[in-house]
Ligand binder design. Sequence first.
Ligand code: NAP
Ligand code: ZN
Length: 351
Amino acid sequence: MKIIKAYAAQSPTTPLLPTTVPGRATTENDVVIDILFCGVCHSDLHAARGEWPGIRYPIVPGHEIIGRVTAVGAAVTRHNPGDIVGVGCMVDSCQHCEACEEGLEQYCEGPHAWKQTYNGWLDGTGENTYGGYAANITVNEKFVLKITHDHSELAAVAPLLCAGVTTWSPLRHWQAGPGKKIGIVGIGGLGHMGIKLAHAMGATVVAFTTSASKIEEARRLGADDVVVSRNADEMATHQKSFDFILNTVAAPHDLDAFMTLLKRDGTMAMVGIPDSPHPSPSVGNLVFQRRQLAGSLIGGIAETQEMLDFCAQNGITSDIEMIKMEEIERAFSRMQKSDVKYRFVIDMATL
Ligand code: NAP
Ligand code: ZN
């Protein structure tokens, strides 16, 4: 059996520390990848600390992976040893349900649904999957993305694998583009990508933040206007004006303050998954303007590739702060305080 060097939490209350985990056997459809960089998503923190139900320990987080292919199975056709590739939140799915056939593997209806990169269920065995805070990973070739960005940018490309596609997918689904007024709530890892992508799609973009220190930077990222969401007067100037709002906040908060900013028939899509519920939104705000409150989960493999190619063509990467593997706990603490501009990325050479 392969033994993989990694960082894991052994329980919700213990820090991430160096360890080893078993690697799974390589099949003929698999690609083996040496991990170069791994982004730090707020989901890694929610999961490691057991803030979500169903977390199994040890947990090796990390689903914003950039690496180099070291070996491929005999049936692999899409990737070759030496290629620079990406892996996001999924490493497999049933590949034949309706969702998978539509290229929406994240909504897979097969047994155990989509196979999450970490805390997922390996086929048949019930064994845990281990993520990108590790030396290497073995992934079905269909879930391995091609990376065409310049090799000097790879660390800043890693966050596209989750933060990029999780904002890209709803922006595309709800048709962000010229003539549309789009709000992005919460300027963290996901939100800063939401601003860049909605701006690149040609929409008018308004950023909502609770951090006054992010006002100028949100403009630099591509926002046409920035609102401090705790300021009721500033919020009032945008009543009933948005076509679509993407809410990336990682904590429970008052959704009504944003619902009333939507036009008739406007939608707010939630991507943040806090550990406890939001206060219930008022049904009146939905009924009287036929507004919709929706949700969205990452994105399918085809749309992840589409987003990566779009970003490579348009010079888009993430704004990152590089850390060493041993700095992960400090990075988690800073992320909890919204103190990250805008994504920590681990240099896996430091593992
Ligand atoms: P992040 O980098 O920590 O950013 C979250 C931002 O939310 C913060 O920077 C802050 O922005 C704002 N915020 C935090 N606490 C707040 C509060 N109490 N009230 C109002 N605003 C607050 O997190 P992330 O990595 O972007 O992830 C965001 C959420 O999305 C997490 O819950 C994560 O698990 C989830 N997620 C979901 C999916 C999916 O598929 N649906 C995929 C990835 C992640 P400001 O400083 O600008 O206010
Ligand atoms: Zn993520």
